[in-house]
Design a protein around this ligand. Structure first.
Ligand code: ZN
Length: 409
């Protein structure tokens, strides 16, 4: 089996790996670089050809699938069923180009054949829902691609199962190392459970409405949020985008718009979107606990709003910010890069301090070590890290490969 990392040997984001064997090829992920423009054709890895059997998407994060719409529409795309539904549900709200997503379905520990490649997905703990590591077998070689994963989320059992009973005889492990540029060797991230406690404390001490700025697609985080709301007696207020994403998980254990303790609020900009696109069925489906602008002020002290910046005007108009609190629960890099300057100015104007309560979707260096030791590959190749140079000091059998170079597994 031959391997080429198109992008990812020295960076987080834009991941794409091409594999070739016996006249057939597949690609693992087709991601958008972190600062990349999804419309920029210069960024698209050149993989198109008659012998390309499929693109396999490890999980629904843009830095792993965000360039798919540039491929010919008949290119088969293998991914998880829920992942496919989430991408489809999100696209009309976020105005991302919706790629063709037809192809085989990834399911936990169910091998599929793609030409001469045998692909076995392993469900992992990550901040994206329906995320997989992938074992690829072709000829007599076994390559394991970690995808993005962690051990401190709500599905940490999956990590423990993996290290207790790992796939054997791995020739090549392509392992992500997102945390290596952020943490020292012995540092750890807080767990989702610890986050739930921190949120609960924040809800208790905030007299008014709590605004929680996080991605509705971070399903683990929404669950932590819902649990903290329940424990504090507050109602979780979501918008139609979040309601659609939660529904798309297809998982009856994930909070839904119809659950007790959840309310739907449709911001003005979404109301326009609904009218323009005639999403009346979607709105109807999620409206059993709908609240309106005139309710927001009274709900404040008993509510937590899953916040998005497009709601600022609604909150001003509803005069709902007396005693309000704000929790930022995303990567701090977005703030540092100035992605939310307007929101920060708005918070300052209302004298609402920003509280940072977040944990990473990626394994700490210690958990990466446990993972690498358990899989014990003949060669460990860095991917999805801004600090690949640290691998050699932390893990065994590290082999460095460059973007764009073909090599044998
Ligand atoms: Zn990810």
């Amino acid at each position: 089996m031959q391997v080429k990392i198109h992008r990812g040997a020295t960076q987080i984001g834009g991941t794409c790996i091409e594999l070739a064997y016996d006249g057939s090829r597949i690609a693992l992920d087709f991601g958008l670089p972190l600062d990349g423009d999804a419309a920029n054709e210069q960024l698209v890895p050149r993989i198109v050809g008659d012998d390309l059997r499929a693109v396999v998407i490890s999980h629904p994060h843009l830095d792993h699938y965000g360039l798919l719409h540039h491929l010919p529409v008949d290119t088969p795309v293998a991914m998880g069923l829920a992942a496919r539904r989430i991408v489809t549900a999100a696209a009309p709200f976020t105005r991302q180009a919706l790629p063709n997503l037809k192809g085989l379905v990834l399911e936990h520990r169910k091998p599929i054949e793609i030409g001469p490649f045998r692909v076995t997905p392993y469900l992992v703990d990550h901040s994206a829902f329906d995320a997989y590591s992938l074992l690829i077998e072709a000829g007599d070689k076994r390559l394991f691609y970690s995808g993005d994963f962690r051990a401190h989320g709500r599905k940490s059992k999956l990590f423990e199962q993996m290290v207790a009973n790992p796939p054997k005889n791995i020739d090549v492990l392509l392992m992500e190392g997102s945390s290596l540029s952020r943490l020292e060797e012995n540092d750890v991230f807080p767990t989702e459970d610890q986050l739930e406690i921190a949120l609960l404390e924040k809800f208790k001490v905030t007299p008014g409405l709590v605004m929680m700025h996080t991605s509705a697609q971070n399903i683990d985080r929404v669950v932590s949020l819902y649990r903290a709301c329940k424990r504090s007696g507050r109602t979780l207020i979501i918008d139609l985008y979040a309601a659609a994403i939660l529904e798309a998980t297809g998982n009856e254990n994930i909070p839904q718009s119809s659950w007790p303790g959840i309310a739907l609020y449709v911001p003005e900009s979404q109301r326009k979107l609904i009218r323009r696109n005639e999403w009346f069925d979607l709105l109807q489906r999620h409206s059993s606990h709908r609240v309106f602008p005139e309710h927001l002020r009274a709900l404040g002290p008993k509510g937590v709003l899953l916040f998005r910046p497009l709601m600022m005007r609604d909150l001003d108009q509803a005069d709902a910010l007396e005693g309000a609190g704000f929790v930022y629960s995303q990567w701090q890099g977005y703030l540092e890069r100035g992605s939310y300057t307007e929101m920060e100015v708005w918070l300052e104007k209302h004298e609402i301090p920003l509280t940072y309560i977040h944990t990473s979707g990626h394994a700490s260096p210690g958990d990466l070590k446990r993972f690498a030791e358990a899989l014990s590959p003949k060669a460990l190749v860095p991917i999805h890290s801004f600090a690949p140079e640290k691998y050699a000091g932390l893990f065994s059998n590290v082999v460095y490969r460059n973007d764009g170079e073909w090599w044998n597994a």
